[in-house]
Design a protein around this ligand. Structure first.
Ligand code: NAP
Length: 307
């Protein structure tokens, strides 16, 4: 079986930047993802990607993808179901939705990103898709003049609350502490938005509804008082979980589930590099993910030369 130089697992900003750099170096590479573009496709406005102010997430994700295509990157629209290391080669199993096939690679850049963390409270799973959502830019349009709740205190939750405030009548922003984790500028905008009501120091207990979401049961952490909000939609934005199941037996993972790697992307497994949100890092942003993709190609090139 033909062996490619680098299998890039994940087609978000990290993986697509790696594809651009690898294509420029004439490395034989393939980007494996069910649909390349990444989580950023779901973002409303991205206002902090340098030189492209106020671009939409969809435009930015598509621009990464078309840049990689233009440079000649190859794509395989599959999920990676297993990765094994045999000697100094990697064997990958990929699934296209119908059948599984095999791929051999000399090195792997793992840039599979993260998945939405769930609240794990009663009603959440049952009502997902029936009022419970993890993506405001996908689902906000279903709530014109309705009441919705957003749960979380990070950049995603506040950005989702702002997006929803332009469509819904009332937005309740529920956070478990009395200070936000999100950046100061977005916190200020949220505080100045009339139809966003902040509910702080409060945790969600249960989501109820027959066919679709009807109520959100909450508890104030300090007083212990329980209360109910009548809402039509609930947007869960409580962070992300790194998706490492296919490499956790190969590389060292930290206690949060992230692959241990510095900005070179070098992991404890020779030939396996980690890029983007999946790796241990201070700041998970599109710009840092893109930088990781470039760095990983440099590291992979050095590895391939020595190999
Ligand atoms: P995050 O920064 O990890 O924030 C998650 C939030 O959810 C935190 O406020 C956390 O509370 C809360 N939370 C976690 N588990 C919870 C639970 N079980 N119940 C209730 N609340 C819970 O996640 P994120 O907002 O998705 O952002 C992920 C990364 O992407 C961050 O690095 C962020 O900066 C970046 N990002 C950047 C932008 C941008 O710059 N444009 C936009 C979106 C995301 P605590 O604060 O108490 O821990």
């Amino acid at each position: 079986m033909k062996q490619i130089d680098i299998a890039i697992v994940g087609g978000g900003p990290a993986g697509l930047t790696a594809a651009i750099y690898a294509a420029r170096e004439r490395l034989n590479t393939v980007v494996i993802d069910e649909y390349a573009g990444g989580q950023i496709l779901q973002a409303d406005i991205v206002d902090n990607y340098p030189a492209l102010p106020s671009i939409t997430g969809e435009e930015l994700g598509e621009a990464f993808r078309s840049h990689a295509e233009e440079k000649g990157a190859e794509f395989l629209e599959c999920a990676v179901t297993a990765i094994e290391k045999n000697g100094d080669s990697f064997a990958l199993k990929v699934f296209d939705g119908v059948e599984e096939s095999d791929l051999q690679a000399k090195s792997v850049i793992y840039a599979a990103g993260c998945q939405h963390r769930h609240l794990n409270i009663p009603g959440e799973e049952r009502l997902t898709g029936h009022g419970v959502s993890y993506c405001a830019s996908c689902d906000a349009a279903f709530y014109p003049d309705k009441a919705v709740a957003v749960i979380g205190g990070g950049n995603t939750a506040l950005a989702e609350a702002l997006l929803l405030s332009r469509v819904a009548k009332n937005v309740y922003l529920i956070h478990r502490r009395d200070t936000f984790r999100a950046s100061a500028d977005i916190v200020e905008t949220v505080r100045n938005t009339e139809n966003i009501q902040l509910i702080m120091d409060t945790i969600p207990l249960e989501i109820t509804g027959e066919q679709s979401v009807e109520t959100l049961q909450l508890q104030h952490k300090i007083t212990g008082k329980q209360f109910t909000l009548l809402v039509d939609g609930i947007f869960v934005a409580v962070g992300m979980l790194p998706d490492t199941k296919v490499i956790s037996h190969l590389a060292d993972i930290d206690e949060g589930g992230y692959v241990i790697a510095d900005e070179t992307g070098v992991t404890s497994c020779a030939g396996l590099f980690a890029a983007g949100d999946i790796r241990t890092k201070q700041f998970r942003q599109v710009v840092t993910a893109a930088a990781d993709g470039a760095n990983c190609v440099k590291s992979a090139e050095q590895y391939l030369q020595k190999r």
